[in-house]
Design a protein around this ligand. Sequence first.
Ligand code: ADP
Length: 570
Amino acid sequence: MTVPYILIVDDDPSLLQALPEALRLRLGEVNVETFDSGTAALERIATAEFDAIISDIKMPGMDGLTLLARIKELQPATPALLITGHGDHELAVQALRGGAFDFVQKPIEREYFIASLQRAVQMRQLSRQVAEQQAALSRHAETLEQTVLERTRELMEVNRAKDELIAERDRALAEARHAMQAQSAARRYVEGLAVQLKQQATELTTIIEAIPDAVYVYDRAGAIIRTNASGEALAGLPHDRSLQTIEAYMQINDSRYLNGTPMLPADNPLMRALQGETHMNARYLLRRFDTGEDIQVSVSCAPLRDEEGAIIGAVAVASDTTKLFQLERQKEEFLSIASHELKTPLTTIKAMTQMTRRALEREQRPIAANLARVERAIVRMEKLVNDLVDSSRIEVGKLALRMELCDLRDICQQVIGDFSMTTDRPLNFVSLAETLELEADCDRIGQVIANLISNALKYSPEDCPITVKVERDGAEVVVSVHDDGAGIPPEEQGQIFERFYRAPHTEIHSGSEVGLGLGLHICREIVVRHHGRIWVKSAAGEGTTFFVALPAAVPADQVTVSPARHLQQQ
Ligand code: ADP
């Protein structure tokens, strides 16, 4: 039991003194507060909690019953013992009804009083303990509830996390299943592709191997990544050396230009294909790796590009043209010899025929007319032979020019004059300049103009006039020959200057149908040798105009370089 805390109220001072003494004597340690009025005691009761309150019933001012009522309001759990007068049962009953713990009659019987007080204090302290324990219990219960709530919440969270984990795992499993399905589908696809690729590669290899020409495929860096048996055979390469870089390949094979000088690597068509250029039928010499023999090859190559157009390599197709080259040379030799051999007897025949015709004409023999026809045929043959001779000379680079200062107008007039003697067709001459001097081989330029006029006569109707026009255009003198024939289709225009090319379906209106397709080729070579240009403008229904532009002679007072410039360049 803790130290009892007792409040005593009595208006009797002797009792107020004696009771605490008695309590201390009987109870030992005890705290006692005393008040002589109900009002003073009540003030104290409002601020402190006592284990028991002892009050006299009869007191001046506030009596004990009133105080008891207030105590029940302020400290309902504090037991109150009321002291009544002797035999005053009525008051004692009122006190018990008002909630007093006990009542003690005066004169106070000490044993009873102390025993009752002890019970009251014990009860109060026990009930306080009970209250404290209840409070502790309810606090504990609250803590427990809190803990349970927290644990429940934690549990719920853990549960939720577990559910999420499970859902996550299920999702991951589904994804993994899906990925595995996709992977196996992709694997099947890739395997299918691999089979296809293998088939295609086999097909490609078979095709490349079957190509009779040599095939070389290069990567971006210029290494040969594929070739065929013809490719190895062409260069005489052993199989184990066929795949290498172009540089290494060129070192082994020693490429040369047709004239025998070593080829610059930058000029090599294969290198240029890797730079994006396409080359058709580039011809050069190749020294074979195995025999050391020089062969002539014709190489076509082109860059290989990816879908974006970036160069990823190159492909080349080559063939050994040595035999073809020899045949061409033999053909050239044959043409050259044949034409030269024909030229001399033809000149003799022409001269003899002319002499005979004149003699017969003098005798006025009708047969002279026949000889005139023979003569015209000889002239045509002479032109063919001359064309062959010129063409051969051009091929071997032996077309000689005798450069001199001449006037384009004079050359044209001369040629037109010659034609006027052999044809009735109107030949108009238009000159838009007073002089048109140029440094040229007059005969060769005359030959060009004659050829153009001859073609105009040949390929336009009999009644159509031909117009030859000369003019100056800046630093050039220009001659044009116009006819009103059917014209040359655009697709033919690029080819008519090629050697031996004759446009199909061209209607010939006058002269011989015989032609070799050499005339325009010779014209172009002569013009190019004069550093000039030749071109054609032609449209269906508007006739044809051939143009030749040649560098005009530089007036003496403006000469800054040697006038023999062209001659030096021959
Ligand atoms: P050839 O006259 O011997 O056939 P050319 O080299 O002189 O050879 O001419 C080549 C071709 O160009 C001719 O076959 C002809 O088809 C065409 N050609 C040349 N000139 C004319 C022209 N004035 N009008 C129409 N076609 C022409």
